[in-house]
Design a protein around this ligand. Structure first.
Ligand code: NAP
Length: 188
């Protein structure tokens, strides 16, 4: 499952996340201690460093990790946009623009800043809004061998209709078989 084709820097709007097997991208309280320090897919970070032109995030993620320089461990630099309904109380930071607008306008601003490269949406809630608006091009996920049971879901839309997806980095398939067993857990 590591031989995924490289993302191209061709102006896509992407969701890019590490995700638990049960669909969470952060644990309770924005906990990220379940994620490994490094990816095991060779060249992945380099690929994203090269193809990412701008980052769009939300205020909760920013408040939990307020460091624009920390995108890809500080290896990526570029324009970061943070959506919030109250930009006036955000601490200014170099390279970060706080926006209070609808997601369509935010993504347009980020696209322009990305200069033809991809816009990476590092927010589940904004990605969901973009998906609803038909403005999300791709979802790139790294599924980790862990169940969290609680936290922030990739896609949280209670009562929503199913969103069909097409598999784009391999032969079209209806389902992918992943087989795991629990390890290192004692008691309940
Ligand atoms: N696993 C991974 O690879 C990965 C990668 C990136 C991020 N994450 C995690 O994702 C989590 C954050 O995601 P989240 O979805 O819970 O929160 P979020 O998108 O970071 O923040 C939500 C907030 O953004 C603002 N917002 C969203 N849409 C808006 C709109 N249309 N207009 C104005 N403001 C808007 C609102 O802030 P106001 O209340 O200020 O209005 C809203 O409360 C963090 O825990 C982060 O660590 C995980």
């Amino acid at each position: 499952m590591h031989d995924t084709s490289p993302r191209t820097a061709d102006g896509k709007v992407l969701w890019h996340f590490s995700m638990s097997l049960d669909g969470f991208v952060a644990g309770p309280g924005h906990g990220m201690d379940w994620m490994p320090a490094a990816t095991n897919r060779p060249g992945l970070v380099e690929e994203y460093l090269e193809t990412t032109g701008a980052v769009l995030g939300g205020r909760d993620g920013w408040d939990a990790f307020p460091a624009a320089g920390a995108v890809y461990g500080g290896a990526w630099s570029g324009p970061v946009f943070v959506l919030t309904h109250h930009p006036e109380d955000a601490e200014p930071a170099d390279g970060v623009t706080f926006l209070n607008c609808d997601v369509a306008e935010a993504v347009q601003i980020a696209r322009r800043a990305a200069g033809g490269k991809n816009v990476e949406v590092l927010s589940p809630s904004i990605g969901r809004q973009l998906l609803d608006a038909g403005l999300l091009d791709e979802i790139d996920l790294h599924i980790l061998p862990v169940l969290l049971g609680d936290g922030i879901r990739l896609y949280d839309a209670p009562g929503g209709a199913p969103v069909p997806l097409e598999f784009v980095n391999g032969d079209p398939v209806e389902e992918i078989n992943l087989r795991y067993r629990p390890v290192g857990r004692s008691g309940g």
